[in-house]
Design a protein around this ligand. Sequence first.
Ligand SMILES: Nc1ncnc2c1ncn2[C@@H]1O[C@H](COP(=O)(O)OP(=O)(O)O)[C@@H](O)[C@H]1O
Ligand SMILES: [Mg+2]
Length: 303
Amino acid sequence: MNDLQLIILCGGNSSEREVSLSTGKAIYDCLKASLNVELLQYENNIEDYILQLKQADLVFIALHGGEGENGEIQSLFEKNGIKYTGSDSKSSALAMDKNATKIIGEKLNISTPNWLMFNKNDNIEKLMIDIIQLGFPIVIKPSNEGSTVGLSIVKSENKCEQAFNLALQYSDEIMVEAFIPGRELTVGVLGDACLPIVEIIPKHDLYDYDCKYKTGMSEYICPAEIDNVLAEKMQKDALKLHKGLSCRHYSRVDYRLNERSEYYMLEINTLPGMTSTSLIPKAGKANNISFEEFLKKIIRLAI
Ligand SMILES: Nc1ncnc2c1ncn2[C@@H]1O[C@H](COP(=O)(O)OP(=O)(O)O)[C@@H](O)[C@H]1O
Ligand SMILES: [Mg+2]
């Protein structure tokens, strides 16, 4: 591995560009002393960088959201024979689509909040009948975004339209999901094993953009203080979902847990945040895996 030529690809054009720049830098800083690494911050057209990327033995994809996470870049790399870390184009596309993920999750008997899908052409008054059946509060969110952008918790009918319009700024496909009160938990998958569960206690009601990325805006407890049997079930389901979507190398499954100890899968992230303070490396640490070991394990799995 020591003579491997590695390019860490970050930046991009999605709404999560800034997060990706942090992920890229954290990975670069961690690996530069022991491996032959280059940090590539791209913007605009990824095709302009293909010749450069082809020079590498492996591209560590440190992108979040948009074409970097939805399979487009993965597909381009596959066509160009470029080896890369993380899930392939097909799995990435499925995981980025929260609706597709939930459909697969249900088939695998993984509980997920009840939901409805709408798009920009739907008539909101007609939709209201279905929404009322779901019951308030609800969550309205774009079906294929990340970092809690465009997401609202809606407590009454008269706030729906505003929430729809916000979500529509980010996607044509909108998800309306039953709100699950309770705790926020996440499970990292590395290789074919799960990491200890992390509980997130955000300062805001919602685990929003600021709570995700600003220091001190969330408290993290790992391993989460939950019943062992429950923890094992959640980990088993996370791995089942990871495998069910044919994900590779690593991923992270987000859950909500209510007061009756019922858990609900929200989504799977194929390119979770990877700064040294992000959730997955935290979970690694609780298992005595350093950030460096964690990254090297991903690299070994990819080559
Ligand atoms: N159905 C829900 N019930 C309760 N909280 C939710 C629900 N959906 C989303 N949230 C909150 O919003 C956050 C972001 O939602 P998520 O579906 O994970 O999308 P993303 O992380 O891709 O933006 C979650 O971590 C959670 O705090
Ligand atoms: Mg999430």
